[in-house]
Design a protein around this ligand. Structure first.
Ligand SMILES: Cc1cc2nc3c(=O)[nH]c(=O)nc-3n(C[C@H](O)[C@H](O)[C@H](O)COP(=O)(O)OP(=O)(O)OC[C@H]3O[C@@H](n4cnc5c(N)ncnc54)[C@H](O)[C@@H]3O)c2cc1C
Length: 431
């Protein structure tokens, strides 16, 4: 066991970890180390070979590996050290010294620990498995999460099947409907339990509509036929309580069922560390600096909340990297007033969930999702009871992340007028 020290440890070398590292380095931080359990950097984007990445960040359309490569190149140009094949298995915090002890292991060195002044959590997310979905039937071959199928097709060059039904309309499932069609499979339909899709509108158009693949909203798989290999699935319509409606069952003969039913942030390490978690996102509660409830531990990317676009992951991670560097320099101690963000009436959560005005940048992006599909409504934001903004919205849907931008001067004007210790910013949907 070797024991080391580093100013900043970044856990995960995906788009979030890489952007955080590059940003911390640009802030002048020298002693940075990325720990990545995979045998290469880039995270899940290595298997996302379709295009559409980078429109915001690079103003051009890149594939997932191309997008990841841009950040890997930047990290290498900045000579940021990283360790591959290295899995972090524990983080602990010493409140007396403020140091974080990161325990990791790899085949070359076994188990070792590193003491860090700050840690950035950038472990991404994983897919919700079949076990979490309560689908009756045997456990035959031919049931894949959409991401696993994506790995087989795009990385290993193997076809999971020829006749496919997809359950869940998350973006990975939509992308895989198109990918399987390109590779010669027949995708019979995408069944979605909710009355709205969980994916981006652009993916529904480009991956389903363009290939005449039906999207069955308010439908679910109620039975899987086949003992050794999937032989077919039964799909039924569901009522407003998401319960299958008897008599609506339709049997689809197929050899493959793909599941695209949500992503779960990989927060086992954060939980063990005692980070305060948001039950809505399954990610950490963070303040305006993307710092968790454990001082000097920051979070960004899909481990914090599931993003639609990797461009937003990179932007958020750059903020985490910048703030971690400031923390290590001993800055970011200006508490000022503390504003708690409350989400209600259709808005499910926000990132961040608290804002310390003393550390607030001139403009602060607050991201959130709504819990239902809304048309021709308004997004209203109140601070200490005063309306801060009211934005007309033609469509808002759970599959599309929303954001507002808070302007520090406006926020501090209202907060100082209120003269109270506790402040509340409310984000809600209003007619
Ligand atoms: C299967 C799948 C397909 C996706 N397809 C798309 C898509 O087509 N388009 C899109 O915009 N988004 C897609 N996403 C979302 C995508 O994850 C994000 O856009 C982006 O990759 C998130 O970046 P990240 O760095 O937060 O996470 P990731 O890219 O998941 O990177 C996290 C990294 O952390 C590492 N890690 C985790 N735990 C540890 C540990 N304990 N120790 C060391 N390393 C660890 C992982 O190995 C991984 O490399 C997909 C997600 C999944 C799961």
């Amino acid at each position: 066991m070797t024991d080391r020290k580093a100013d900043l440890i970044i856990i995960g070398g995906g788009p979030a970890g890489l952007a955080a590292a590059v940003s911390a380095r640009k802030e002048g931080l020298r002693d940075i180390l990325i720990l990545e359990r995979d045998t290469r950097l880039g995270g899940i984007l290595n298997q996302c070979i379709h295009n559409g990445f980078g429109l915001h960040t690079f103003k051009e359309e890149l594939t997932g590996p191309e997008y990841a490569a841009r950040f890997i190149r930047q990290a290498e140009e900045e000579k940021i050290p990283y360790m591959l094949d290295t899995m972090v298995i524990d983080i602990s915090f010493d409140p007396e010294t403020g140091l974080k002890k990161v325990t990791a292991m790899n085949p070359g060195e076994g188990i070792f620990t590193i003491d860090a002044k700050a840690v950035i959590l950038a472990m991404g997310c994983r897919e919700r498995p079949r076990g979490a979905l309560n689908i009756p039937g045997y456990r035959p071959a031919g049931i894949y999460s959409a991401g696993t199928a994506q790995y087989y097709v795009n990385i290993e060059g193997r076809m999971p099947g020829k006749k496919v039904v997809i359950l869940g309309s998350g973006d990975i499932g939509l992308i895989m409907a198109r990918r399987m069609t390109y590779e010669g499979a027949k995708v019979l339909c995408v069944a979605e339990l909710q009355p709205y899709s969980g994916g981006l509108k652009r993916n529904i158009v480009q991956c389903l509509d363009d290939f005449d693949i039906p999207l069955l909203l308010s439908h679910t798989v109620v039975d899987i036929k086949g003992k050794e290999r999937v032989e077919g699935v039964t799909i039924a319509e569901v009522d407003e309580n998401r319960k299958p409606i008897p008599g609506t069952e339709v049997f689809y003969e197929c050899d493959t069922l793909m599941l695209s039913c949500g992503l779960i942030p990989e927060n086992e390490l954060s939980n063990k560390l005692g980070v305060k978690m948001n039950p809505v996102t399954n990610g950490a509660f963070v303040n305006e600096s993307l710092e968790t409830s454990v001082p000097g531990v920051f979070a960004c990317g899909n481990v914090l909340h599931v993003h639609d676009l990797v461009d937003y992951v990179s932007g958020e991670a750059a903020t985490a990297g910048k703030n971690a560097a400031a923390y290590i320099r001993g800055e970011k101690n200006e508490e000022g007033a503390v504003i708690n963000i409350k989400t209600e009436n259709g808005v499910r959560y926000s990132v961040p969930s608290t804002v310390r005005t003393g550390n607030m940048p001139d403009t602060l992006t607050v991201r959130f999702r709504v819990g239902n599909e809304y048309r021709d409504t308004n997004l209203a934001v109140y601070l200490d009871g005063k309306q801060l903004m009211r934005l007309p919205k033609r469509v808002m849907a759970p599959g599309e992340m929303e954001q507002i931008i808070l302007v520090k001067s406006k926020v501090t004007d209202i907060v100082s007028e209120a003269g109270t210790a506790d402040h509340e910013l409310v984000i809600r949907v209003e007619d």
